[in-house]
Design a protein around this ligand. Structure first.
Ligand SMILES: [Zn+2]
Length: 98
């Protein structure tokens, strides 16, 4: 699952990719200085994955007449947990391009 440089296959660490995603910058390879860009399709995936629990819960509400919640946590907290999780795994979800 490790992301590699498109040019020389040097592996990028979690921190490096994470920073590039959320600062909207390119990942510059330490080895060959190639700029690796985060592909548009990964950004679309993020957007959809980010919205997924909101839609899923809406459907859940329509079917069951109440929202899905983790224990007695408020709905916003349930979503927050999802977004924190998404944030942590985000470097593994992206695709890179030159
Ligand atoms: Zn490289």
């Amino acid at each position: 699952m490790k992301k590699k440089c498109k040019n020389c296959k040097t592996k990028f660490g979690w921190k490096k990719i994470f920073r590039a995603i959320w600062s909207k910058s390119k990942i510059i390879c330490n080895h060959c200085k190639t700029e690796n860009e985060i592909s548009l399709s990964s950004k679309i995936v993020f957007f959809l994955v980010g919205l997924a629990p909101v839609f899923a819960n809406f459907i859940f509400y329509v079917v069951n007449d109440y929202f899905f919640q983790i224990g007695k946590l408020p709905l916003t907290t349930t979503y927050m947990i999802w977004y924190w999780f998404l944030l942590l795994v985000s470097p593994y979800l992206v695709n890179l391009k030159k």
